[in-house]
Ligand binder design. Sequence first.
Ligand SMILES: *Cc1c(COP(=O)(O)O)cnc(C)c1O
Length: 229
Amino acid sequence: MNFCETAYRSVIDRIEAARHIAERTDAVTLLAVSKTKPAAALRALAQCGQHAFGENYVQEALGKQRELADAAIEWHLIGPLQSNKCREVATHFDWLQSLDRTKLIEPLSRFRPAGRAALNVLAQVNIDDEDSKSGCAPDELAALADAIAAAPNLRLRGLMAIPAPAPDPGRRREAFRRMRALFETLRATHAGVDTLSMGMSDDFALAIAEGATMVRVGTALFGARSRDS
Ligand SMILES: *Cc1c(COP(=O)(O)O)cnc(C)c1O
C-alpha cells in the first residue's frame, strides 16, 4: 500500500469509529480537500475509491479538472466565491458549499448549463461571528435559504460552517451544536435538505458526534500544505 492508501484507510476507519460511537445510522460523506495538491495526488486518491473532492480556488480547480477529465469525480467549491466567478462555478462544479449572499443566486442559476442537473448548494454560516470569515449571519439564514430554494437551477442541500479554531474542544462542540440546530430547522422547512458539512482534519470525529453528514478533510489525507488559504 502506498502512503495515500494508508492515510485514506485511516481516515475512513476514524469516520466509521466516530459514527459507531455516536450511534449514527445515517451515512457520513468524506470530502477530500485537495487545495494546493497536484492532480496526481487527487488521481491516486480517486483510484482508492474517493469520489468527492473539494477545492478552494476556482482557477486552480479548473486546471485539475482538465487533467482529471477521465476520472469520475464530484467537484465541490468550498472557498469564498467572488461574483465574477459565478459563470465558471455554475459551469464546472457539482456542488457549491460557500454560498453566503443572495446577490450571487441569480447569476449562478442563470449560468447553470441547460441539460445539467441543478447545482447543489450549501449555505455557509459564519457560526462564530468572526470578522475574517465568510458566511451569512445565523439570523440571515432563513431568507438566504428561501432564495436558494426558489432558484430554478440550484438545489438547496444544507449548510456548511468553519467554526473558529478554538483550542478548547468544548467551544468547538458548542459551535457544532448550534449548526446542528440550524440544520434541523432548515430540514423541517425545506424538502431535499440532507447535508450538514462541518469538521476538518483535527475535529471531524467531534463534528460527527454532533451530527455532521459531511466532513471536509485535507491534511489528514494529503499531508500538510506549504501554502494555505
Ligand atoms: C482547507 C479546508 C479544509 C480542510 O482543512 P484540513 O485541516 O486540512 O483538513 C476544510 N474546509 C475548508 C473550507 C477548507 O478551506
